[in-house]
Design a protein around this ligand. Sequence first.
Ligand SMILES: Cc1cc2nc3c(=O)[nH]c(=O)nc-3n(C[C@H](O)[C@H](O)[C@H](O)COP(=O)(O)OP(=O)(O)OC[C@H]3O[C@@H](n4cnc5c(N)ncnc54)[C@H](O)[C@@H]3O)c2cc1C
Length: 465
Amino acid sequence: MTAPTGSGLSVIVVGGGVAGLSCAIRLAAEGVAVTLLETRKKLGGRATSFDDARTGDRLDNCQHVAMGCCVNYLDLCARMGVTDKLRWTTEINWLEEGGRRSVWKPAAFLPAPAHFAPSFLASRFLTVGEKGALALGMREIARTNLDEWRDQTFGEWLCAHEQPGSVIDKVWSPIVVSACNLDVNRVCAATALYVFQGGFLGNRVASEIGVSAAPLVELYDPAISAIEGAGGVIRLGASAVRMDETSVTLASGETLHADRTVCALPFERVGRVVDAAVRQRDERFSAVAKLEHSSILGVHLWFDRAVMGELPHAVLVGRGTQWLFRKSDVDESSGARTEHVHAVVSAADEWMSFSEEVIGKRVLADVRACLPAAREAELVRVRAVKEKLATFAPTPEAERARPETTGTSRIILAGDYVQTGWPATMEGAARSGYLAAAAVLERDEEWALSAELRESALYRALRVT
Ligand SMILES: Cc1cc2nc3c(=O)[nH]c(=O)nc-3n(C[C@H](O)[C@H](O)[C@H](O)COP(=O)(O)OP(=O)(O)OC[C@H]3O[C@@H](n4cnc5c(N)ncnc54)[C@H](O)[C@@H]3O)c2cc1C
């Protein structure tokens, strides 16, 4: 193991989301005197929970899904000591109108990408022709050089590879929209293709789905002892109003100084906090200003009885509501027999103007269409959480504009919008934080990032044929 290299260095990290936490935890472990500033009274940023004033429930902003391929986010979880809070499933459940279910599950005896083949061939929501088109599409993805598809949309790739509209609606769209938070006709082709290469085809572990069994905020609380135990400082409720390469001024008027600063703010805040003179001489900041948002809607639903059965999650085929997650079993402890279900709509800009009542009705219609048990059930409560500024929209233009970790100014950038090769995800944020820590310590990418999952021999062969 390499000896700590950072003693004597002081660093201020602004922003306590996944990116800022990842950076701070690595720096603290290397002996850097790190101070993490977070404007809110809790950590986790967009991937966190809130106490609902209406009911007192602790609710997640939205269900956050990790996958087996999120190697850096999983490394962060290990460093925080929360790995055992993640609950894993290897299956993807597809539910059609009427309730018919198809399950994609890995076969134990087959290497990736053939591991899904038996259940894929048996799935009932696709016709024989649709399965053929999808299989050819996946084969083509394995062979695609992403660099050739950075300027086009995934919609153009689908068209160039003659993918039928029904397959786009049933499979390509729900997966890409959930992973990239943008419609297939707007998302950069390379970004979408990477989801399949890295998340489904190369390694059988990659597509495993992990969700937190605890409220999200509880994943990040242990970071406090991890960072402070290594000599770092975490200041919650500390809002930065200005930062440059060696100092940060807080809303209270206090100014902190350090050898280096790391900006781990959401991209829309960067221009407001980073000093104007620094922004002018570093073109990364004009690139950040070009990024735009895409929304996500999370809807908490409580039913008066069990509606999802044993299903931990389900994709609703061809419905506006893309994913359902079973958040709790029927709770009989308090006499209140409710099942908590969470619905997710990504790329949800058009939903943002709807009232909670309208959202509740639309989502309930989707749930009842695909889950027969929900038809008899009463919807006891609804809580819609609109995240208008959920993520950047990964269009081809945005992918070109994403800034690097370092630039002509000495401010180091971290955040899911930084150039990491990943869409806006917890994994992208963790990678950016680790890369920022490496930039502080002048270490290389190999030091910063966890080893990728090993591609199977079959996948490697497919890539070259
Ligand atoms: C509804 C929704 C669903 C999502 N679902 C998934 C999913 O299923 N899987 C997945 O991998 N990703 C998902 N994401 C994306 C994921 O949440 C983000 O990509 C990731 O959390 C971004 O982390 P970050 O650290 O870059 O930014 P942020 O989480 O935004 O962190 C930035 C931090 O800076 C703080 N801050 C802001 N201003 C100041 C200031 N002036 N001074 C000090 N601190 C400040 C903020 O409070 C925040 O804590 C989802 C996002 C949303 C919104």
